[in-house]
Design a protein around this ligand. Structure first.
Ligand code: FES
Length: 68
Protein backbone atom coordinates (compact mmCIF):
# COMPACT_ATOMS: atom_id res chain seq x y z
CA UNK A 1 0.00 0.00 0.00
CA UNK A 2 1.01 3.62 -0.21
CA UNK A 3 1.16 3.61 3.59
CA UNK A 4 3.84 0.92 3.35
CA UNK A 5 5.79 3.11 0.92
CA UNK A 6 5.68 6.02 3.36
CA UNK A 7 6.87 3.75 6.18
CA UNK A 8 9.61 1.89 4.30
CA UNK A 9 10.98 5.03 2.65
CA UNK A 10 10.84 6.81 6.03
CA UNK A 11 8.90 9.71 4.53
CA UNK A 12 8.09 12.09 7.37
CA UNK A 13 4.41 13.08 7.08
CA UNK A 14 3.19 14.20 10.48
CA UNK A 15 0.43 11.89 11.77
CA UNK A 16 0.10 9.91 8.53
CA UNK A 17 -1.10 6.34 9.06
CA UNK A 18 -1.85 6.64 12.76
CA UNK A 19 -3.66 3.28 12.95
CA UNK A 20 -1.03 1.38 10.90
CA UNK A 21 -3.54 0.49 8.20
CA UNK A 22 -6.22 -1.08 10.36
CA UNK A 23 -8.95 1.22 8.97
CA UNK A 24 -9.40 2.91 12.33
CA UNK A 25 -8.39 6.45 11.36
CA UNK A 26 -8.42 8.60 8.25
CA UNK A 27 -4.98 10.15 8.63
CA UNK A 28 -3.79 8.40 5.47
CA UNK A 29 -6.32 10.33 3.33
CA UNK A 30 -4.97 11.05 -0.14
CA UNK A 31 -6.51 12.86 -3.09
CA UNK A 32 -5.71 11.50 -6.56
CA UNK A 33 -5.98 12.87 -10.06
CA UNK A 34 -9.11 11.58 -11.79
CA UNK A 35 -7.28 9.40 -14.35
CA UNK A 36 -5.32 7.64 -11.61
CA UNK A 37 -8.36 7.27 -9.35
CA UNK A 38 -10.28 5.53 -12.15
CA UNK A 39 -7.61 2.82 -12.43
CA UNK A 40 -7.73 1.83 -8.75
CA UNK A 41 -9.45 -1.21 -7.33
CA UNK A 42 -12.93 -0.47 -5.91
CA UNK A 43 -13.28 0.46 -2.26
CA UNK A 44 -14.49 -2.00 0.34
CA UNK A 45 -17.30 -0.86 2.64
CA UNK A 46 -14.92 -0.35 5.57
CA UNK A 47 -12.81 2.10 3.57
CA UNK A 48 -15.91 4.01 2.44
CA UNK A 49 -17.09 4.32 6.05
CA UNK A 50 -13.73 5.56 7.34
CA UNK A 51 -13.18 7.84 4.36
CA UNK A 52 -16.45 9.61 5.21
CA UNK A 53 -14.66 10.94 8.31
CA UNK A 54 -11.69 12.35 6.38
CA UNK A 55 -11.11 16.10 6.39
CA UNK A 56 -11.46 17.66 2.95
CA UNK A 57 -13.08 14.63 1.32
CA UNK A 58 -13.26 14.79 -2.49
CA UNK A 59 -14.66 12.63 -5.31
CA UNK A 60 -11.18 11.17 -5.85
CA UNK A 61 -10.21 10.58 -2.22
CA UNK A 62 -8.85 7.24 -1.00
CA UNK A 63 -7.14 5.97 2.10
CA UNK A 64 -3.45 5.45 1.49
CA UNK A 65 -3.36 2.23 3.47
CA UNK A 66 -5.88 0.65 1.09
CA UNK A 67 -4.38 1.49 -2.29
CA UNK A 68 -1.22 0.29 -4.05
FE1 FES B 1 -5.58 4.49 9.47
FE2 FES B 1 -5.29 4.17 6.82
S1 FES B 1 -3.78 4.33 8.32
S2 FES B 1 -7.11 4.20 7.97
Amino acid sequence: SLLNVVITKKIDINGFGACDGTLACSTCHLIFEENIFQKMEPMVDEEVDMLDLAYGLTETSRLGCQVC
